[in-house]
Design a protein around this ligand. Structure first.
Ligand SMILES: [Zn+2]
Length: 256
């Protein structure tokens, strides 16, 4: 009996989450008003170097993300500024860490905890709440050499970005922020297991002749294909575009 009750409660929670997300999703991709994107910084390793780097962050540190999305949105037929990016400063504690091992149940549980954490944080804050909230967790490059993956929750309109606390990574951090932002709006990954972009949807210029080397990356393809087997990370959003399939997924008009 108690077991059934637990299932019922879990089902109701999931139903509530699903209905809520469907509502949010249709509102967030109508492109009638600019979407408010709010960025927060978190010190991921508690180190001084990381703290110092976070001290240096301003709205300007994320302006490239706004510029990129707005100019790509216009190119795809959105008539207004698609997004408005604001930096809301640092948080003393970050979102729940991603499970180290990937499992379906583990991921569902983590995503519910992340949603609960974000809702609780917004509830206790008197800052302007965003439509999309992105939490960028920084790590010192002295002690962190590879980052856990970043996640943007579709429908939840929240994302975690793991980033390097160093100026030399500013451009690539912005690429990851834009990628996860697109996920929150419903865009899907367009690369294979080995990080090689899928053809044609993961290519910036699928009709380029000759096809290789490509000059830019598609935002959800993630990398610039140099050949069918080799692709490199873009250094900044200047080397990235939003392709047609991604644009369609986030409800940009394309050529309707
Ligand atoms: Zn992705």
């Amino acid at each position: 009996m108690r077991k059934n009750l637990r299932y019922l409660i879990l089902l109701l929670v999931l139903l509530f989450v699903a209905v809520n997300e469907a509502l949010i999703k249709s509102r967030s991709t109508s492109w009638e008003n600019p979407l408010w994107v709010r960025i927060y910084a978190v010190n991921g390793d508690g180190r001084n170097a990381t703290e110092k780097y976070i001290d240096s962050l301003t709205r300007n540190s994320f302006a490239a993300v706004e510029k990129f999305v707005n100019s790509e949105a216009r190119r795809h037929g959105v008539l207004i500024d698609a997004i408005d990016v604001e930096y809301n400063g640092r948080l003393q504690s970050g979102p729940p860490e991603l499970p180290a091992e990937q499992s379906v149940l583990g991921n569902i549980w983590w995503s519910l905890r992340f949603r609960a954490w974000a809702a609780h944080r917004a509830w206790n804050s008197d800052q302007d709440e965003g439509d999309v909230e992105l939490f960028v967790t920084y790590y010192d490059i002295e002690t962190t050499h590879s980052l856990r993956h970043s996640v943007g929750l579709e429908g939840g309109l929240i994302g975690i970005i793991n980033a390097f606390a160093d100026k030399s990574y500013r451009g690539s951090n912005q690429v990851v922020i834009a990628h996860e932002l697109m996920h929150t709006l419903g865009a899907s990954d367009k690369y294979a297991m080995d990080s090689i972009p899928q053809y044609p949807q993961g290519y910036a210029e699928p009709y380029l002749k000759p096809l290789y080397p490509q000059r830019r990356a598609e935002i959800m393809g993630g990398r610039i294909p140099l050949s069918a087997q080799q692709a490199i990370m873009p250094r900044s959003l200047a080397e990235v575009v939003v392709g047609i399939q991604t644009a369609a997924e986030i409800n940009w008009p394309i050529d309707r």
